[in-house]
Design a protein around this ligand. Sequence first.
Ligand code: HEC
Length: 182
Amino acid sequence: MKRAATSAMLALACTSALAAAAGDAIVTTRQASMKEMAAAAKTIAGMFDGKLAYDAVAFKAAAKTLRARTGPALIAEFPSTTLGAPSGAKPEIEYARPEFEALARHIGTLSGVLAAKAERAPAGITDDMRMGSGLVMGGGSLLGKRSGAAEADPAKLPAEHLLHLILQDCSSCHSKFRQKVE
Ligand code: HEC
C-alpha cells in the first residue's frame, strides 16, 4: 500500500519533471531563435549603415532567417506552459494572445516581403533599396501618418524601410511582453 503510493508519487514527480524539461527546451530554443533574429537584423542593418560590406548572399540569408523565425513559427514558440519566470516571456502573453499574435504576424509579413526582395537583390546596394527612396516616403517621418499608408502595401517599400519597420515590431513586442530576469 505504502509502496504503491510512493511509486504513484514518483510517477507523478517524473511526469512533471518531464513536462518541466520539455518547457525548458522550448524556452532555450526560442531564446536561441531570438538571438538568430538579432544577428540577422544586425547584419542587414550593418550593410545599410555601411558598417558591413554589402553582400547579396548574406543579405538573402539574413532576410530568410527573419522570415523563418517570425509569423506562425514565432507564435508556436510561446505555449502557455512556458511563460513567466525564469524565462523572459511575460505571463501577460497568455491574456493578450490576439495582440501578441498580431505582432508576430505583422513582423512575419514584413519579413516575408523583405526576404522576397532579398531574393532578387542586386550584386551591389542600389538607391531604390534605401530609406527615403520612392514616392511612399516622400520626406514624411517614419512614424508619421505616411507610414500607415505605405504599410498598406509593404512591397512598395524600400528594403531599408522594411528593416526599420521590422525593428519597430521587435521593440513593440519586447516593451510589452518581455521581462527582465536575473
Ligand atoms: C511577438 C513578440 C516578439 C517579437 C516580434 C520579437 N521578440 Fe524577441 N523576445 C520576445 C520575448 C517574449 C522574449 C523573451 C523570451 C524568453 O526569455 O523566453 C524575447 C527575447 C529576445 C532576445 C533575448 C533572447 C535570450 O537569449 O534570452 C533577443 C536577443 C530578441 N528577443 C531579439 C529580437 C529581435 C531582433 C526581434 C526582431 C527581429 C525580436 N526579438 C522580435 C518577444 C518578441
